[in-house]
Design a protein around this ligand. Structure first.
Ligand SMILES: [Zn+2]
Length: 302
C-alpha cells in the first residue's frame, strides 16, 4: 500500500484509538504542590439532559454554533489529585467499575502516574453522585485509598441518609441513593463531615455550591502560588454552563439553587481571576471564567 498522507492520518488515528488512554490528562503547579488531573473514563449522556428549563431549539442552536454535539454528549471524568512531595490529596473518586463499562479507570491512571493509593492522605468529596463516589471502594468493597480520611459535607450526608430520599429522586435514580448509602457506610469509620466555609484540611476550604445536590460544595485551594478552585459539578458543560448559567441540567436536584450557586461561583472566579478544575469539562477540566456581558465564557487556564 503506498504511504500517502491519507494512510498516515488513518494509521495514527487507529494508534491513538487503540493505544492506552493517557493516565494524566492535565496538570498545573501551585507553589510547592502539583495538581494533576487523572481520568476515570467517560460518561455519555443524551443531549436532552443538558438544559431542562430552556427551549430545545435554543440549546441546539447554541451548541451547533459552537461546533459541539447536540444529540449525545460525552463527558470526561476528571479526578484532580494534589501532590505535595510524597503526600496526595484527591478530590472525588471516579465512578468505579460498577457504574458503567466506560468508567473505573482511576486505579490504572494512578498507577501509570506513579501515584500509590496508600499515599492518599485525604479524599474530599464535592458530592455523592455515583460518578464521584462509587470509585471510593475497591473490588473487595473496602476503601480504595486505605489510609485516607474521607471528607463529605454534612448536608450531603443528611440528604442521602434521609428516609425520604427516594421520594425526592426520580425512580430511575433510586440506585443513586442505594449506592450512596452503601459506599458511605463502608467509608464511615474513616469519614469526617464538614460545613461550607470551613477549612477542611490545611489550605483547602469548602465553598457552598448547593443545588446540583443539597450538599454540593466546591473547594478553594490556597497552598502558596496562585489559588485554585475545585468546581465539582457546579459547571458541567464548556459552553452552556458559562453562556447560560441559569439553565439547569437534568441532574441538578434543585434547579434554582444550582443556577444561583453557578452564577455566584462564576462571578467569584471571574472577578478574582481564579483558575479552576471542573469534573466533566474537556481537556482535564482546567480553565478560567471570564465575564461576558451578563454571562460568562470559559477561557484557558493559562
Ligand atoms: Zn458528575
Amino acid at each position: 500500500m503506498p504511504l500517502t498522507r491519507r494512510t498516515l492520518i488513518t494509521t495514527s488515528a487507529v494508534l491513538v484509538a487503540s493505544g492506552p488512554a493517557r493516565a494524566q490528562v492535565a496538570s498545573t503547579r501551585m507553589g510547592a504542590a502539583e495538581l494533576a488531573v487523572l481520568s476515570d473514563g467517560t460518561i455519555t449522556l443524551p443531549g436532552s439532559m443538558l438544559a431542562r428549563n430552556a427551549p430545545r431549539e435554543e440549546v441546539t442552536s447554541l451548541l451547533t454554533a459552537a461546533g459541539l454535539p447536540t444529540e449525545e454528549v460525552t463527558n470526561a471524568l476528571n479526578v484532580p489529585v494534589l501532590r505535595t512531595g510524597d503526600t496526595l490529596v484527591m478530590f472525588d473518586c471516579g465512578a468505579g467499575r460498577n457504574f458503567l463499562p466506560t468508567t473505573g479507570r482511576l486505579p490504572d491512571s494512578m498507577e501509570r502516574a506513579g501515584m500509590d493509593p496508600a499515599k492518599v492522605k485525604h479524599v474530599l468529596f464535592t458530592h455523592a453522585h455515583p460518578d464521584h463516589l462509587w470509585g471510593a471502594l475497591d473490588e473487595f468493597d473496602t476503601p480504595a485509598c486505605p489510609n485516607a480520611t474521607y471528607h463529605l459535607s454534612q448536608a450531603e450526608w443528611d440528604f442521602w441518609f434521609d428516609p425520604g430520599v427516594y421520594g425526592r429522586l426520580p425512580e430511575d435514580r433510586h440506585a443513586f441513593a442505594a449506592g450512596a448509602q452503601r459506599v458511605l457506610k463502608a467509608l464511615e469509620p474513616q469519614l469526617k463531615r464538614f460545613r461550607p466555609g470551613e477549612e477542611v484540611v490545611p489550605g483547602i476550604a469548602a465553598i457552598d455550591t448547593a443545588g446540583h445536590t443539597p450538599g454540593h460544595v466546591s473547594f478553594e485551594v490556597r497552598l502558596g502560588g496562585d489559588p485554585f478552585v475545585i468546581v465539582g459539578d457546579a459547571f458541567t458543560h464548556p459552553v452552556l454552563s458559562f453562556a447560560r448559567p441559569d439553565w439547569t441540567t437534568g441532574f441538578d436536584q434543585d434547579g434554582a439553587s444550582a443556577a444561583a450557586s453557578r452564577r455566584r461561583l462564576l462571578g467569584k472566579l471571574a472577578s478574582e481571576k481564579l483558575a479552576f478544575s471542573a469534573y466533566h469539562l474537556p481537556g482535564g477540566g482546567l480553565g478560567r471564567a471570564e465575564a461576558n456581558g451578563t454571562s460568562f465564557r470559559l477561557v484557558p487556564a493559562t
